[in-house]
Design a protein around this ligand. Structure first.
Ligand code: 13P
Ligand code: SF4
Length: 310
């Protein structure tokens, strides 16, 4: 790696100004990246921020599908990422050709795809949703229409339970949220009987069944601020604890327990991004998200439908 400035944080702030760049970061980023972001949020808020920005350059500290969404909404802006290999198991588990073949089997159905998917899948979907607006989008589909939901089977199952709506589910999952152990969670709850379990809907059913509150990363953060509880067991990626602790220093936050003795509750893709790579991306304006214009325009429509409903 090239020579790094002694004060990396200041160098990034200077480059941001010089390039008229905005740094958008997801809650699953390292705390030091979160601390220098111009905008921090969950998937929906980041898509909304990307749509609104007037900056020349968007530096997206998140994973590939998020930066791709920003490019779809901002074809004329330069969109750079710290690491092009920051993918997502949900997006990887739903290749465009297999998704199109699945859709083709149900030509009269409406397809809703979770934003954690490739532009190719978005382009072949009717609606996009995120974990914070998925329920609203499902409820907006006329009752007589069959719904195909991809790619997260756990979020899909939870939505079926919430809305009472039957849907056909793509069998994908998140490697991070699937790693939480129900057995260890029971043990943790015994050790912290007063703690409230809060979970992201990408978790499996047994974990969600034990949770007092289920929601997107922003919804979980807001819950910990407004709820009078003093202890929370947080069943989502560890990065969000940084903001929870900052917002409520007097409360205690306990990371959700993975099955193995590993740091598997950290997303290996999100954590590919580092301060060094953020600096290099701004300095070199690389790696850049580039897309075929036809694919971009096709993928934009279901995202715009989602934004209009959000
Ligand atoms: P949200 O940002 O919608 O909470 O989703 C979490 C996630 O897994 C992002 O990849
Ligand atoms: Fe994908 Fe899961 Fe990582 Fe989110 S936490 S980016 S869903 S692998």
């Amino acid at each position: 790696m090239s020579q790094m400035p002694a004060d990396l944080e200041q160098a990034i702030l200077d480059l941001k100004k010089e390039r008229n760049a905005v740094l958008l970061a997801h809650y699953y980023q390292e705390g030091e990246i979160q601390d220098i972001a111009d905008f921090l949020g969950d998937s929906l808020q980041l898509a909304q921020a990307a749509k609104k920005t007037s900056a020349d350059v968007i530096l997206f500290a998140g994973v590939h599908f998020m930066a791709e969404t920003a490019k779809i909404l901002n074809p004329d802006r330069v969109v750079v990422v710290p690491d092009m290999d920051a993918g997502c198991s949900l997006a990887d588990g739903c290749p465009g050709d297999r998704f199109r073949a699945w859709r083709a089997k149900y030509p009269d159905a409406v397809s809703i795809s979770y934003i954690n998917c490739s532009a190719e899948v978005k382009a072949a979907s009717d609606y996009i949703c995120t974990s914070s607006n998925a329920e609203k989008i499902v409820r907006a589909i006329p009752e007589d229409k069959e719904i195909l939901f991809a790619p997260d089977k756990n979020l899909g199952r939870w939505l079926m339970e919430k809305t009472g709506r039957k849907m056909r589910l793509w069998q994908g999952s998140c490697v991070v949220h699937e790693t939480f152990s129900e057995r260890k969670l029971v043990g943790l709850k015994e050790r912290y009987p007063e703690a409230k379990i809060i979970a992201h809907p990408e978790c499996e059913q047994p974990v969600l069944d034990m949770a007092s509150f289920v929601g997107s990363t922003t919804a979980l953060l807001k819950f910990t601020i407004s709820d009078p509880g003093k202890q929370f067991i947080v069943m989502t990626e560890d990065g969000i604890l940084h903001q929870m602790k900052k917002a409520s220093p007097e409360k205690e936050f306990i990371s959700g327990p993975p099955q193995a003795n590993c740091a598997c509750n950290e997303c290996p893709y999100m954590k590919k991004n580092t301060m060094e790579k953020v600096y290099l991306a701004l300095r070199d304006l690389e790696p850049r998200i580039e897309m075929d214009a036809t694919l971009r325009d096709q993928a934009r429509l279901p995202i715009e439908r989602m934004l209009a409903l959000s």
